[in-house]
Design a protein around this ligand. Sequence first.
Ligand code: ADP
Length: 487
Amino acid sequence: MKIAFIASECDPFVKTGGLADVVGALPKALKELGHEVIIILPLYDSIRKKNLHIDPFFGSMGVWMGAGVEHWCAVKKTVTHDNIAVYFIEYDHYFARTGLYNDSSNNDYADNAARFAFFSRASLQLLMDMNFKPDVIHAHDWQTAPVCAYVKTWGWGGSGIDKAATVLTIHNIGYQGVYPADVYKYAGFSEWDFRSDIFEDHGRVNFLKAGIHYSDMVTTVSPTYARETLDGSQSYGLAPYLNNKKERYVGILNGVDYSAWDPANDKLIPAKFTPEKMDGKRVCRNELKKKFGLDSSKDVPVLGVVSRFADQKGLDVFAGAVERILNSMLVHVAILGAGDANLEKYFSWLPSIMPGKAGSYIGYNNDIAHLIEAGSDFFIMPSRYEPCGLNQIYSLRYGTLPIVRNTGGLADTVIQYNEKTGAGTGFKFDYLSVDSIYDSVGWAVSTYFDRPEHLKKMRKTAMTQDFSWTRSAKEYEMIYLDILKKA
Ligand code: ADP
């Protein structure tokens, strides 16, 4: 199959979240299954500054929008180490800015809707002008959801664009691209489509909703998140529209990159280890304790946190429980994260009132993230919602048992501990509250001290779970083939 990925982020070029990981890894896994995949991205300033080897491809390309507006942009191209062609739409008026979606004060750019309508439209123009006839066009999140609408509502001549099947992946339904309706004419969709089941949302435009309507298949990043968005508990208002599409909506778990996240060959940790030979994990724990100023004179397990400090992650509730935990249990905490100013303040202050028991690093630091995964015994993610989540999957591979809220991808990747048999890979709780966090950490800590044989067994089970991209790519491949059959 010929597949075109159209997205606003792709690791390692540009990343703000999990979307970039998927767009960075899935094409490679699909290529290994024998498909031809190309990726189209905006040429942001941050990509330019990386000084990568990027060549001119089209010196100029005309892109018609609605209302008779035509923009002239350029296209650049690079080829990744895995031999995947990546094309960049160069249009400085929209993309030569410091942030991707927000200015330096964290406000949305006022013209975001116009920027990504243009990018979606220009990406299709590129496919047409380079005569790439895709079997599948795979769009991601609200930013490129308009691609699915353009494919179905614009005239594409004999280019084959309208013959392509469109797939829209929702990485986080909390972000829908809802903007004032004055962009609608410029975007170039018909008045007829400005309806509450397509583009209209309380008088504004909603790009994600229109993408759901017009795509041939909608996916999200875990089966449980798919259910939670259908039953309305996590849909941010889009449940009715997803239910209209129920037969064509599935959750496929993201994979993780085990070449970067595996204690058997992780170059960023002080000692490597495997399920058969675990000595290195103790070395990592000692190093972690040293780095975070934790008391290493006694055998006390470490509870790790690596997270954005955002409402979604539930760390405000963890903050309400952590002092009680540290005052009453034999456990230490090592916290890495950044984001919400109040949580940054609280977690940077915590070590001063819990010396030797709590350590924190406020900021983004990949090396420390690896050290926490490797050196901790438990890892907590009390998320309010979690479309897929990566850190709990990394934790499993490092034998660091996750303590998670039973939601989204956390529910799908962690197996509940069975206290009778020692089966399972972690500790799950349903309701997000200070008490349930306290109880679940207590359950984990008591397992560490009272049932060490269970802990050993769980670690082994956790470390041998397979969440590789090959597995996910095969599921996407099946979906592509299925919609092509139906088309
Ligand atoms: P989300 O994408 O919602 O932030 P995920 O668990 O899916 O959550 O992925 C988070 C990714 O970002 C992981 O790779 C994690 O290691 C990394 N990460 C998050 N915060 C930090 C931080 N402060 N320092 C280093 N890495 C971080």
